[in-house]
Design a binder for this molecule. Structure first.
Ligand code: PHE
Length: 320
């Protein structure tokens, strides 16, 4: 009896089938009960012997049942049967992450300049008026210092209005020239919001200081950057301009789709600024330029409204 019971247990491949076997042998109408019923017709002595035997049969069946149950439970838990996987079902598509057009543009300009030997560092967004203005030869009567342009935070501090604030910080930090350095990041100005103005925008600023640096060096670097971004046949236009911290100064336009578009400000660093950075202007000269990354990203991707870049609208972001 034990043997046939164990055989049918082995044949059971699910817990439900195994339970049927249990009922067959140990259930109320099972085979063991039927044998127990026969006890009545035996002599007291035979009863004792037969009863003992029945008990041991019951125990052996019960323990075999437990073993088989454990084995089946383990295999049911071990996951789906591989043969059940439908390989014709389409996969679950995960959308890859990607760079924001602004960051992509920034990284591209940055990598061109890294290749030309400029070091990259980040500088504070909450900046002292000193580094943002005074050190850049921007006295306090200058329109750029007006409350209309700047966000003032604690006394003496502003949200930087341009990344040019890094210039004298870098000169002080890295000691005597030669120095080639850049930074980029968020800048803040109080502006009415429209398609081309937003109170947050991004710039990338560059300085190079050495002996015998001239405007020709500046032009060469700008052509390197511009041709990497817009192609070898890029056209640049230099217009005389004014910045408090450079002289001579220029605004630079790029020819794009038949139009001149202003992309950056540049010039030779004024002696006052070199002095504020602890650099001897009798010995060293330098150039500086700063470009607007929002503008650049918009030109490159045909983006018509600056606000798209700050709304995190998925439909917009997915296009890049
Ligand atoms: N900081 C200037 C601006 O925000 C750009 C500039 C940078 C001009 C460096 C000259 C040199 O417009």
């Amino acid at each position: 009896l034990v043997e046939t019971a164990v055989e049918s247990m082995a044949a059971a491949t699910t817990l439900a089938e195994l339970d049927e076997v249990r009922v067959q042998y140990l259930g109320k109408k099972g085979k063991l009960r039927a044998l127990q019923a026969e006890l009545k017709s035996l002599s007291p002595e035979e009863k004792r012997e037969f009863g003992k035997m029945l008990n041991s049969v019951k125990e052996r069946i019960q323990s075999a049942l437990n073993d088989r149950k454990e084995a089946l439970e383990a295999s049911e838990k071990s996951g789906p049967d591989l043969e059940m996987v439908d390989v014709t079902l389409p996969g679950v598509r995960t959308l890859p992450g990607h760079r924001h057009p602004l960051i992509a543009t920034m990284e591209e300009v940055k990598s061109i300049l890294l290749g030309l030997g400029f070091r990259y560092d980040d500088y504070p967004e909450v900046e002292s008026e000193f580094f943002n203005f005074d050190a850049l030869n921007t006295p306090d009567w200058h329109p750029a210092r007006d409350m209309h342009d700047s966000f003032y935070t604690t006394k003496g501090n502003v949200l930087r209005t341009h990344t040019s604030a890094f210039q004298t910080r870098a000169m002080k930090q890295f000691g005597p020239p030669p120095l080639r350095a850049m930074t980029s990041g968020r800048c803040y100005r109080r502006d009415e919001i429209d398609a081309s103005h937003f109170p947050i925008f991004h710039q990338l600023d560059v300085i190079a200081i050495d002996e015998n640096i001239s405007f020709a060096d500046l032009k060469w670097v700008l052509y390197q950057v511009a041709s990497s971004l817009f192609g070898d046949d890029v056209q640049l236009r230099f217009r005389p301009s004014y910045f408090p911290f450079t002289t001579p100064s220029a605004e630079v336009d790029v020819m794009f789709n038949g139009k001149w578009l202003e992309i950056l400000g540049a010039g030779m660093i004024r002696p006052e600024v070199l002095e504020a950075g602890g650099v001897d202007p009798e010995k060293w000269q330098g150039f500086a330029f700063g470009l607007g990354l929002d503008r650049m990203a918009m030109i490159r991707h045909g983006i018509t409204d600056i606000r798209y870049m700050y709304e995190n609208e998925e439909a917009f972001l997915r296009q890049f």
